[in-house]
Design a protein around this ligand. Structure first.
Ligand code: RUB
Length: 314
């Protein structure tokens, strides 16, 4: 199987998961595909790359990082062509694509590290954090505080049905952090002993609302009730340009088998939305690679992203 197909299958089956990882994997698949594509003309090369990007985009609907990562990579098709004839032009496009995808991957990794730097400053020695699901950005913030020598504890929600919380506790324990796995319904109980909440994001809307793993909004409500600051860790490519035009974010609904075997429950319907929306009013700040912004600042991030990516089509 080629890397394009393997990555597409990996993302839809969730072997590759998490908004940042999906975006980087898609950019890498596009880059590898660009290396192999045979095209007679620049137009054919462009068309083939666009089709590949659309194929990757169709794998999961909610995380806008996937679309933005692909758009960042497709900027490579916009370069000035030498005009030396079809084959030189195809080679120029190929190089452009490879470089643009590579730039996005490096930018994304750098953004996660910069975000960790900013977010970890909010963590004081002796603090206890809570998180849900497995967000590389949120884990990055917490582990940075630990690496800086702060003595911290973490409550990690299990995150039914796919239990990504198990990945989080393994990562934090491997880093040497004092971590406790809790079931999702224990979030309110443990919030009383929590100082800060850090979660990731699949999409941030222009209005500052955050789409993240199902259950995130309940954790936010518990944090609000207990007056515990609630932080979202989101690199700029997780902000959605489409929401500026009023589009709603599609919430992915996955198979019932992730919850239980439907054949064991004749006559029972299953609901398995895998993301939910945390309204801006429950969010203290969104941590980006440029620093902490109030959720109301999301509009400006989206505007900047639009200026950067608007001329690229997908
Ligand atoms: C993952 C999830 C993560 C965000 C952010 O959901 O909701 O919190 O994607 O992750 P799933 P990161 O497991 O369904 O992909 O910070 O790693 O980008």
């Amino acid at each position: 199987m080629n890397i394009l197909e393997d990555t597409a299958q990996g993302i839809s089956s969730m072997r590759i998961r998490g908004a940042g990882r999906i975006a980087r994997a898609a950019a890498e698949a596009l880059m590898e595909h660009a290396k192999l594509v045979e095209a007679e003309s620049p137009e054919e090369f462009r068309q083939t790359m666009l089709e590949a990007a659309r194929h990757l985009l169709a794998t999961r609907p909610t995380a806008v990082s996937l679309k933005n990562g692909l758009l960042h990579s497709l900027k490579g098709l916009k370069i000035q062509l030498p005009g030396d004839g079809a084959s030189a032009d195809v080679e120029a496009l190929r190089t452009g694509m490879i470089e643009a995808a590579d730039r996005f991957i490096a930018f994304s990794n750098g953004a996660v590290a910069a975000l960790a730097e900013h977010g970890s400053k909010r963590i004081k020695d002796g603090f206890t954090m809570m998180t849900i699901c497995n967000s590389s950005a949120a884990v990055g913030v917490i582990t940075k505080a630990h690496r800086d020598g702060k003595k911290i504890k973490v409550y990690a929600c299990e995150t039914r049905p796919k239990r990504q919380g198990l990945i989080t506790v393994r990562e934090l324990a491997a880093a040497g952090i004092d971590v406790t796995l809790i079931v999702d319904s224990a979030a309110r109980t443990y919030m009383k002993q929590t100082d800060l909440v850090f979660v990731g994001a699949d999409t941030v809307t222009a209005q500052g609302n955050v789409v993240n793993k199902i259950g995130t909004s309940q954790v936010a409500l518990c944090a609000q009730e207990a007056r515990v600051p609630f932080f979202v860790c989101a690199e700029s490519y997780k902000f959605s340009m489409d929401t500026l035009e009023g589009d709603l974010v599609e919430i992915e609904e996955r198979e019932p088998e992730e919850i239980a075997d439907p054949s064991d429950f004749p006559g029972v319907k299953f609901g398995n939305p895998v993301f939910d929306i945390t309204p801006a009013k429950y969010i203290n700040a969104i941590i980006t690679e440029s620093g902490l912004i109030p959720p109301q600042g999301a509009y400006d991030v989206v505007k900047t992203l639009k200026e950067e990516l608007d001329d690229t089509q997908l």
